[in-house]
Design a protein around this ligand. Structure first.
Ligand code: HEM
Length: 515
């Protein structure tokens, strides 16, 4: 009898030992922040503070900021995170100690692109890649793409006119997504598409396979991948096809870019279309970069392709989100919209093509967009600490811990932004901006990993808005009003589009201007 019960007691013993080890591991991991002496919300075992996200991430982070100050700790599952909303420390992480915080945290699901791609690259790959690519994204170079963006805006206006005449209900985020898909296809891939008119175009079909929602809410297959990633290695998930960018879409983009790049080499310089692809191609050939000797100074065709895909990934939903939120704000603040309409009418006398010089003259447009980015971009930028670093007197971040720069809380800190909840574009006059403490407004990040596409994004957003505001105005629309009660106006539905930035459930409609 005793002999029979022995294996059973051994099994129980082993189970108890295993549970103790797991608990010990959990306890040790979850004491990291305590040891640092930072305050923060009490974590639940193993889940950490993840459940608080159910309120919405912005709500959770804003509450924590209020309760625990500008530097505090929280846990995502077992992973300790140090949250920073202090501009001086932001500067240190982004710039001064960049080499100790050089990269974002790797995603827990495979992306489907090589690790050295700009967005995901580690310190050394990033330095080389960014050094080669940055010259293609300056304000001067981006200006060369104004005709391409105007062409995409032509398609948008045709679509809006049609929707307006038909008085159908449509989704504003989707309408702007069509536009940004066209802009990114045109600039990053050198392909002209009108995705709303031609949704079956091979480029559109493949672009839609890319799971951009990874930025906000994920599609079910990737949620499954995220759960499986706790036990299944990344390369196995990749083999199973559980990637953000599916393999067939990557090979499609590779093949079109190969064709286009081969064609461009045969063309005379003056015959070549001026787009990001061309600028990246030129960067491959120029070899005139200020990079250390040990770096290969040109991008291979493969690298150009994967970076083009990552630009698409980074640029597509963000521009559409900014346009959608701006449309809502224009509808909401009607008197400010009047002011902007006046500026548009004064600078561009006729409807149609908008020059780069036109948008440069529009100060109010810029101020309105900046205030929209301040109040609604709501992003957090993760950085992995790779070397123990003292970020403020007495506070050393250990290597391996993730630091989160919470720009949303920083953008509503009353010490830097009086009446933070009020929409006031005048905060961004030149005088006010010059007075502002550095690193308090960071919608595109800062330092070596700041958004490379900022100039392109702002140029495309401004041209699109001006093109729309030459002809229409946005009007707030009460959802309870029956759609068929609207005679003259088409209604634009801005849904909760699942994007981490700019999530709102709002409705706006378009009204045709009389003049
Ligand atoms: C309104 C539109 C956009 C917003 C608000 C935005 C915002 C951002 C932010 C906040 C970052 C992260 C900065 C950091 O981690 O410190 C970023 C990075 C990046 N963005 Fe954008 N972005 C926009 C449009 C674009 C466009 C159009 C492109 C491509 C052409 C682009 C390409 C990138 C890339 C490649 C990175 C990673 C840069 C690096 O690691 O060196 N973005 N963006």
């Amino acid at each position: 009898m005793a002999c029979e019960s022995l294996p059973m007691s051994v099994s129980w013993g082993l189970l108890a030992a295993f549970i103790c080890l797991v608990l010990l591991y959990g306890y040790r991991t979850m004491s990291v922040l305590q040891k640092l002496g930072v305050r923060g919300p009490t974590p639940l075992p193993f889940v950490g503070n993840l459940l608080t996200y159910r309120k919405g991430q912005n709500v959770a982070f804003r509450e924590w900021r209020q309760n625990y100050g500008r530097v505090y700790g929280m846990y995502e599952g077992l992973a300790p995170k140090l949250v920073i909303t202090d501009p001086e420390i932001v500067k240190q992480v982004f710039v001064k100690d960049f080499s100790n915080f050089p990269m974002r945290m790797p995603l827990c699901i495979p992306i489907g692109l090589p690790e050295e791609t700009l967005i995901f690259a580690d310190f050394s790959h990033h330095k080389r890649r960014r050094g080669i690519l940055s010259p293609a994204f300056t304000a001067g170079k981006v200006k060369l793409m104004v005709p391409l963006v105007n062409r995409c805006a032509d398609f948008l206006m045709e679509n809006l006119d049609k929707l307006f005449v038909e008085e159908t209900t449509f989704d504003a985020k989707q309408v702007f997504s069509y536009l940004t898909l066209d802009v990114m296809a045109s600039t990053a891939f050198g392909v002209e598409v009108n995705s709303q008119k031609d949704p079956q175009h091979a480029f559109v079909v493949n672009a839609r396979k890319v799971d951009l929602s990874v930025v906000g809410g994920m599609k079910p297959s990737l949620i499954i991948a995220a759960v499986l990633s706790m036990v299944v290695p990344m390369d196995v998930l990749e083999k199973w096809g559980l990637t953000v960018v599916p393999a067939d879409a990557v090979s499609f983009f590779h093949s079109i870019l190969e064709t286009i790049l081969t064609m461009r080499i045969k063309q005379q310089p003056n015959e070549r279309r001026m787009d990001l692809l061309e600028l990246m191609r030129a960067a491959r050939e120029e070899h005139c970069l200020d990079l250390p000797e040990e770096f290969e100074k040109s991008l291979s065709a493969d690298e150009v392709t994967t970076d083009a895909i990552s630009f698409f990934l980074a640029g597509y939903d963000t521009i559409a989100g900014l346009l959608g939120t701006t449309a809502v704000n224009l509808a909401r603040y009607s008197d400010m919209q009047d002011k902007l309409l006046q500026e548009v009418a004064t600078v561009t006398e006729e409807q149609g093509y908008v020059q780069n010089e036109d948008i440069q003259k529009m100060e109010y447009l810029d101020m309105f967009l900046m205030e929209t980015l301040r109040m609604d971009s709501g992003a957090r930028f993760p950085r992995l600490c790779t070397q123990d670093t003292e970020i403020s007197p007495g506070l050393t971040v250990p290597a391996g811990v993730e630091v989160i720069i919470d720009s949303d809380s920083l953008h509503i800190d009353p010490e830097y932004w009086p009446e933070p909840e009020t929409f006031i574009p005048e905060r961004f006059t030149k005088e006010e901006s010059n007075k502002r403490e550095p690193f308090t407004f960071i919608p595109f990040g800062q330092g070596p990993r700041t958004c490379i596409g900022m100039h392109l994004a702002l140029m495309a957003t401004k041209i699109t808005l001006v093109r729309i505001l030459q002809k229409y105005r946005f009007v707030a629309f009460n959802v309870t009003v029956e759609v068929n009660e609207l005679n003259k106006a088409a209604d634009l539905r801005l849904t909760d589009h699942g994007l981490g930035f700019f999530v709102r459930n709002q409705w706006v409609k378009l009204e045709r201007l009389d003049y």
